[in-house]
Each structure stands twice: as structure tokens, then as C-alpha cells.
Design a protein around this ligand. Structure first.
Ligand SMILES: [Zn+2]
Length: 767
């Protein structure tokens, strides 16, 4: 009896629990949870109102709440077929799916996301449970309650308006407008099937990044719908054959890195109250920059460069006019979403101008003679012996040439003289916020770019030179408007701060725009030569991982980085051949119609000096050059040099051509009379200058011949100084590695008419 009573008690408790659970299913889900997601339309515009990106909700997605009447019936069918076949009959959970998921969970000992019903997905979307077994149970319980709270149609409306369709598109209306530029009511069956499969895996099935995978599932869904008779077979066959044209991402996400930066700069609480962000970007310029960038990266791919980044600033206002963070925001293979403008990289030689600007303020001059000789510098980590890229020393050299030619040892010894602390503090004044370690950590290597910085930091710091020494932090927002239409104050803008004296800034500008001074390194026809006033500096990080060109005109500052986000080294690239040409094209784009000169400030004097001593010329000096000095720093002493050694160059230097970088001579000799076989590259008397920045192994010359009409040859032998170095077939070119020295080159071939031999070509290669 006692046993029976005990059993009865247990029965009561069990029954009570079951009853309570059953009743609990009828407790309605809180209505507040089911409110429409607030429709927040936020427009990000360019400086003149062109739309860059639109309509962001609280969730950071696009959204407009629509009822079933505003949704294409095809989409409803496709959604039920894709997500929840038994939606109209199940009680919120699919009992079979629950059992199956439970068994799977036991087997796998972790939560397998089973086939959730549409109702469960709505619950998950509203409550955002963690992925635990308890959460799964709660979710099912709430799903049953939801079925008692709303009708099937109402739940479907909740689902279609809340679910993510990827690319920040929340809800079907936003998705239809984003991908097809039409309202959800107008979706075709083919379009509907594509959208219906996305919520399952919005990033894997992203139609921008993975169109093939999305299309495959779309086709599978359509075929399943045909088997199950969801629509007339003819209609489905037509949909299967329909080419679904997704609107290109570039039209909905203009300047994606820039817009992301702008949004990230506004706190979410403030963002919610806004309806318009009027930015500083110039959408027309942006499109051109993106095109140039894509074209140059495509051309550089052979050299192992997969990405580049560009930022353009207006000097007067420091407004960002153009910004492209990668070649393609949607290219996942090359980390396209990484913003190369704000990514941390080693800046190489681009830091040197700041070192020299300080040196000029400390009393050195552009004519100060610096020693480019083997030097050891004591650092915390022991002795440091910097080398130039050409692994050569250039002896005494004027500061102007040392900066323009980007030699390393003079830059380090100058920094040693003025103190690395001073440069560190000045870079901090220039808001190189990325230099987070103490000054001692970087030491004198700071001037060679051992501290990681961003392209934006470099560009805005260079703009200070273009602004005669005044620094102004960059701006990306012009105006903000609230939802009620009232203007909201844009973020406070810092005032310009003086970092360098106008005279020192001008001298740096003068050196960086001095094409003659950089000839020893870059040759006469470097991409940094312009028909208008422009200052520029290149940089290449260790192991050729990063490649930079930063520069400015009186009006604009442009920063370009080229490289790989995964740090893969590039091949055969220096600042001049990687980022340089893209920099050049952008600067020309900006300045085509402008010929403004840099304005020389007061306090500078021009006097002639001896190029070898940097002092006042004596009667013995072979010639003098004009140099600019900050008044009071000009030399007082007269050149003491005897100048009795022969100067290089001379009468042979008749005409100028291109540098060895481009495979053409800097000095071209007289051309030879034609014969049956003629060497066309190089030509007799050519003199080549090796590029000190490029690795030697990359400095090659493509030897080329021309056969006179009526002659032909199967192979051509290349002979240098009496030794055969190669035998090549058509087009008979041979890539010869340049080394310093004098050479006699001949080409020999056999034709039907007999042996051919070219006239000899004598050339010189200078280091
Ligand atoms: Zn002299």
C-alpha cells in the first residue's frame, strides 16, 4: 500500500509537471520581442551627395519591414521548400527532426544544428541563445509558444524580415534591393530560389564572393521544387535556365574600406540617431583611383604583388578625397577586406625625410657633406652596420643627394648625431600612433623604417611638408544629419599644429622634388618625374615585403602601398617599379591641369657652392651648383679641395636615355651603320648605371638583334669579350645580368646565305 501511495505521489508530480509544461506552451511570447526591427535608414554620401552606401539598421544591416502582400509568392514557396517543408502543419518544432537531432547530439557529444523550423529560427533570431543543449530545448519550447502567439503567416513575416541574407542585408526587402535592385514583390522564381538558400550559410553562399556555390544550391532547390510539385514544371524549367544577374557589389558598396572607417569612427549610440553622413570623399575620383589600382596590381602580379592601397588627401583641409584599401574588397583569397591604408607595415625609407628635416633644423644644410662609408652604430642589441641596397658605399655625399638617392648610412649617422629620441618624439607629434614601443626599442633603425606604421599615418605626415610644416589630422566627415532632419555637429576637428619650420619643410620639399638629385639612384626617367611641382619618396621594407611611394603637390598628398597582406615577399620590385607607377598615375590624374609651384617661404637664401665640398667655390673648383640655405646656415668657408683628379663622365655623354632599371642606357652612343645582323640593344658606346636600390640579380639587360631584310637565322650566339655566353632561338633575346665593367658584345648566326656576324658593340656598366 505504501508503495502504491508513493507511486501515486510520483504520478502526481509527473502529471503536474506535464500539465505545467503543456500550459506553459500556451504562455504567449512577449509581444515586445516581436516588434518590427526599427527601420533606420542611414545614407553615407560623398562630398557632393553621391550615395556611397545606404540604409543601415541597428544591426548594421539594411532593412525595411514588409508584409506577405509585399513579397513575391515565388519567394514564399522557395523559402518553405528550402527551409521548412512542413511549416504549415508542424506545431513549431518538427518532432522527427527533434528526435534525429537529439540522437545526433548524443553520438557527436556536441550540439549539431539540426534542421530547425522557421519558427525556431525566428526564436533564435530574437533571443540569440548560445549554442548549448539547454538553449536548444529552450528554443523549441519558445517556438511552440510562438505558434500559440502568432499565426503561421505572422511567423513567416517575422522570419522574412529578420533573417540575414548576407552582406549586411537584413530581411527580404533589403536583400531584394541589394542583390537585384527591385522590391521583394517583384522577385522572379529564379531570384527567389537564390535568396531562399542564402540564410542557411550567408557567408559561404555570399553571391558576391561565392557565386558558383550559391548558384549550385539554387539549382538544386529548383529541381527539388519540381520533384515535389511546388510549382508548374514549365515554370521551374524556365527558372532553371534563367541567368540570375546579381547587381555588382561595387554599386552598393562604393568605397567600402572608407565607409567602414567612417562608421567605425562614430559610436553606435550616436550612429543610431543619424540619417545622413556627408563624407569628404570624391566619388568620381574614387572610381578612377580604384580602376588605376586594379590595373596596376594586375600588371604587378607577375612580380608577386597581389594588393595595393591608396589614400589621397587635400592639403588645405586634410580631407580624405580618395581611399582604396585593397584591390577588391570582395576578394577573400587575397584578404580583400583588410584595409591596406590602416594596416601596420614597415615603412622602409619613407621615414628618412623626417630625419633630415630635423637635421636641417639643427643647423645641417642641404650641402652638408655626409660620409657614406662602412659604419658601425652601437645599439641596445649590439652593433648595427646598415648597408645600402646596392651593398656599396658612395663616400662623401651632400645631404641633398643622400636623401634624394635614399642612402642608408648617411640617414643613420645623421640620426645618430641629432639623437633618435628627437625623431621619435617628432614622429609622435606627427601622430604616428602606431609607434607604441618606447624610443629605445627602435633606436637609430627608426629612420630606416624598423617601426611599423600605416599608410594613412605616412600620408598625413607628408602632408605637413606640403603644408609648409603644419600638421593637420585627416578628416573624413563633412556634416552629419539626424533622423529628425536637424544637423548634428561633425566630430571636432583638430587645429593645424606647427611641426617643422616653413624653411625646413620647404627644403625637404625642394629635395624630394629634385629630379637631378635622385638620378644616381633612379635614373633620368624615373616615374617620379613630373611636368608639375611634386615631391615624392619611395620605400621598400626588408625582404621586399612592402613597397611605398608617398608624395605631394602644393594641393594634394598621395600615399601608395603595394605588397601582399600575407607578407609574401615580392620579386624584382623597388619603390620605383612597384608603388611608383601607380603613384605617378594618380598624381597626374589629380594635377593634369595644375601647374602650381611650391611657394618658397621667407628666410631662405640661394648661393653657389662647390658640389664636392658643399663650401663656397674657389677658383680651383671645376663648377658650382646653386643650393638653398636657411639664412644663417650658409657656408662661410671656401672650398679647400685641390680638385686635381679627373671628373667622371665627359665628352662621351652625348644624349641621355633610360636607366638600367628599364633596360636602356643612361648615356647613348652614336648608332652604327646597318649590316645583315645588328645588335640593337645595347648600342655601341652605351653606358649603364646600376640601380643601387634594386638587387643586383634583378638588373638585367635584354640583348637584342635585328636581321636585315632577306636574312634569317635559326639560332643566334651571344659573345661577350670573346666568350660565348648563350645560344638562343627566335626572337634571339638574351637576358644578361649587368655587372660593373667594360664589355665588347657580338652576335653570331648562321643563315641560308652563310655565317653572319654583327659589328661589335662596346659598352660600360657603372656601379
Ligand atoms: Zn671645390
Amino acid at each position: 500500500m505504501r508503495l502504491t501511495r508513493g507511486r501515486r505521489a510520483v504520478m502526481f508530480v509527473l502529471l503536474g509537471t506535464v500539465l505545467a509544461v503543456c500550459i506553459s506552451f500556451y504562455v504567449p511570447v512577449s509581444r515586445g520581442r516581436l516588434d518590427r526591427i526599427p527601420v533606420i535608414s542611414l545614407r553615407i554620401e560623398d562630398r557632393s551627395g553621391v550615395l556611397l552606401r545606404e540604409v543601415l539598421s541597428d544591426e548594421g544591416g539594411r532593412c525595411r519591414w514588409v508584409g506577405l502582400a509585399d513579397i513575391s509568392p515565388a519567394l514564399l514557396k522557395a523559402t518553405l521548400a528550402a527551409e521548412d517543408r512542413h511549416y504549415l502543419v508542424h506545431p513549431g518544432v518538427n518532432p522527427y527532426a527533434v528526435v534525429r537531432a537529439f540522437v545526433q547530439n548524443l553520438r557527436n557529444r556536441h550540439v549539431v544544428s539540426g534542421a530547425s523550423t522557421i519558427t525556431q529560427q525566428v526564436i533564435r533570431n530574437i533571443y540569440r541563445f548560445p549554442r548549448t543543449l539547454f538553449a536548444k530545448v529552450s528554443e523549441a519550447w519558445l517556438a511552440v509558444r510562438l505558434e500559440h502567439t502568432l499565426s503561421k503567416d505572422e511567423i513567416l513575416v517575422q522570419y522574412l524580415n529578420r533573417i540575414s541574407y548576407g552582406n549586411q542585408a537584413l530581411g527580404i526587402e533589403a536583400a531584394a534591393r541589394l542583390y537585384f535592385d527591385k522590391p521583394a514583390s517583384d522577385l522572379s522564381l529564379a531570384e527567389s530560389a537564390l535568396l531562399a538558400i542564402i540564410p542557411r550559410a550567408p557567408s559561404e553562399l555570399n553571391p558576391y564572393r561565392n557565386p558558383a556555390a550559391a548558384r549550385k544550391l539554387q539549382q538544386e532547390l529548383l529541381r527539388r521544387m519540381r520533384e515535389q510539385g511546388d510549382a508548374p514544371a514549365g515554370e521551374i524549367d524556365r527558372a532553371l535556365g534563367e541567368v540570375v544577374a546579381v547587381k555588382p557589389a561595387s554599386e552598393s558598396f562604393r568605397a567600402p574600406h572608407f565607409c567602414d572607417m567612417v562608421l567605425a569612427g562614430i559610436p553606435p549610440s550616436e550612429r543610431r540617431s543619424l540619417s545622413v553622413i556627408r563624407t569628404t570623399l570624391d566619388a568620381g575620383l574614387q572610381v578612377k583611383i580604384e580602376k588605376l589600382l586594379a590595373g596596376h596590381v594586375a600588371a604587378m602580379e607577375k612580380k608577386g604583388i597581389s594588393n595595393a592601397a591608396v589614400v589621397v588627401l587635400d592639403n588645405a583641409s586634410s580631407e580624405i578625397l580618395g581611399l582604396a584599401g585593397s584591390r577588391d574588397f570582395f576578394d577573400e583569397r587575397h584578404d580583400g577586406q583588410v584595409n591596406g591604408v590602416t594596416a601596420l607595415r614597415q615603412p622602409g625609407s619613407t621615414i628618412k625625410p623626417f630625419t633630415y628635416a630635423l637635421a636641417l633644423e639643427k643647423g645641417m644644410t642641404a650641402a652638408t657633406i655626409l660620409e657614406d662609408v662602412s659604419t658601425q652604430f652601437a645599439t641596445l642589441e649590439g652593433n648595427f652596420a646598415p648597408e645600402n641596397y646596392d651593398e656599396k658605399y658612395h663616400g662623401p655625399i651632400r645631404l641633398r643627394s643622400a636623401l634624394a638617392s635614399s642612402y642608408n648610412i648617411p640617414a643613420v649617422s645623421v640620426l645618430q648625431t641629432i639623437g633618435p629620441d628627437l625623431l621619435y618624439r617628432r614622429l609622435k607629434d606627427l601622430e604616428f600612433d602606431s609607434l607604441r614601443k618606447p624610443a629605445e626599442y627602435y633606436g637609430v633603425g627608426l629612420t630606416l623604417g624598423n617601426g611599423e606604421v600605416t599608410l594613412l599615418e605616412l600620408a598625413r605626415a607628408y602632408a605637413a611638408f606640403g603644408r609648409a610644416g603644419l600638421y593637420l589630422r585627416e578628416k573624413s566627415i563633412r556634416a552629419l544629419r539626424r533622423k529628425d532632419g536637424s544637423p548634428a555637429g561633425p566630430p571636432p576637428v583638430s587645429k593645424p599644429r606647427r611641426i617643422f619650420s616653413p624653411a625646413a619643410a620647404y627644403l625637404i620639399t625642394h629635395i624630394l622634388s629634385d629630379r637631378d638629385a635622385r638620378v644616381p639612384t633612379f635614373g633620368y626617367h624615373s616615374p617620379l618625374n613630373f611636368t608639375f611641382s611634386a615631391a615624392a619618396k619611395t620605400g621598400t621594407s626588408k625582404d621586399f615585403r612592402d613597397n611605398w611611394t608617398v608624395g605631394y603637390t602644393p594641393r594634394y598628398t598621395v600615399g601608395v602601398w603595394a605588397g601582399n597582406f600575407d607578407g609574401q615577399p615580392m620579386e624584382n620590385v623597388s619603390g620605383i617599379s612597384g608603388a611608383g607607377p601607380l603613384f605617378r598615375d594618380i598624381l597626374i590624374l589629380l594635377n593634369e591641369d595644375r601647374k602650381e609651384p611650391f611657394v618658397e617661404p621667407d628666410g631662405l637664401i640661394h648661393i653657389p657652392v662647390c658640389p664636392e665640398s658643399g663650401l663656397l667655390p674657389s677658383a680651383r673648383c671645376p663648377h658650382s651648383i646653386d643650393e638653398i640655405f636657411i639664412a644663417g646656415t650658409e657656408p662661410a668657408a671656401v672650398c679647400p679641395l685641390a680638385h686635381n683628379r679627373k671628373t667622371a663622365g665627359g665628352a662621351a655623354a652625348a644624349t641621355t636615355g633610360l636607366s638600367a632599371t628599364t633596360g636602356l642606357p643612361i648615356v647613348r652612343g652614336p648608332s652604327m651603320p646597318k649590316s645583315a645582323l645588328t645588335i640593337v640593344v645595347p648600342q655601341d658606346g652605351d653606358i649603364f648605371k646600376l640601380d643601387p636600390v634594386l638587387r643586383r640579380s634583378y638588373q638585367t639587360l635584354s640583348l637584342q638583334v635585328r636581321l636585315a631584310d632577306g636574312n634569317n637565322a635559326r639560332t643566334i650566339e651571344w659573345w661577350i669579350d670573346g666568350q660565348k655566353i648563350a645560344e638562343v632561338g627566335p626572337p634571339f633575346r638574351f637576358s644578361w645580368n649587368l655587372r660593373p665593367g667594360s664589355y665588347t658584345i657580338k652576335a653570331r648566326g648562321i643563315s641560308a646565305g652563310g655565317a653572319l656576324e654583327s659589328p661589335p658593340v662596346r659598352i660600360k656598366v657603372l656601379s
